[in-house]
Ligand binder design. Sequence first.
Ligand SMILES: C[S@@+](CC[C@H](N)C(=O)[O-])C[C@H]1O[C@@H](n2cnc3c(N)ncnc32)[C@H](O)[C@@H]1O
Length: 229
Amino acid sequence: MRTDPSGRREEALQTGLLFVGKKGKDKMENYQITQWCRRFIREQVSEGDYCIDATCGNGHDTLLLCELAGRKGMTAGFDIQRQALEKTRERLKEAGVEERAELFGCGHEKMKEALAGSERCRGMLEKTEDGYGSVSCVVFNFGYLPGGSHDIATRAETSLEALRQGMDLLKKGGIISLCIYSGKDSGFEEKDAVMEYLKTLDSKKYLVIMSSYYNRPNHPPVPGLVIRL
Ligand SMILES: C[S@@+](CC[C@H](N)C(=O)[O-])C[C@H]1O[C@@H](n2cnc3c(N)ncnc32)[C@H](O)[C@@H]1O
């Protein structure tokens, strides 16, 4: 097997940007989990929206959110690894949109606390009279940093806490996009905990739609959406 020291192939596989076709793009491109979720993110986020990338990683989703929310929007990004935040900052800078994001070097389980301490993001905590939040879209791409250490990854307990907080911040019609991994280095604890938790959500308040790569072997990733009703 060929090695992948730069982690680029691994990243491409996760992000769905792996082109293996002879000329141009692999037909599978749009069916990678992140691309699948991005369809919904694109449909959801519009100019001026508040967005959160709960796991910045290499910054692909943070960039997408910044682009979709435009100059008037604001995106908060979280990651516990400096390497990830640096990569994300670089990506935003290259695209000329770094002003549209605030990046936090803390765990997403401290999401609300971090937002409260930021002048530019405090508005994300605002509630309507009937209890809805202000955020249009929260993105969770669980797991480890492609190209980074597989030992530093999202964990069941902190992921559940972050999910709870993220859901509470959603405006009416707001969404949470989920990319959930299991098997190999990821194990099953986080996936099982997240799936169990989502099942318990009040169906009058949240609609949960989970997709599956139904005929794919070896613990395929699970894309999901939570919609605030
Ligand atoms: C699969 S990557 C995210 C990929 C990213 N969405 C992208 O577009 O490149 C998962 C990231 O979650 C981060 N992470 C792990 N635990 C975290 C936590 N408690 N809070 C925030 N980020 C965390 C990891 O450092 C890693 O960079």
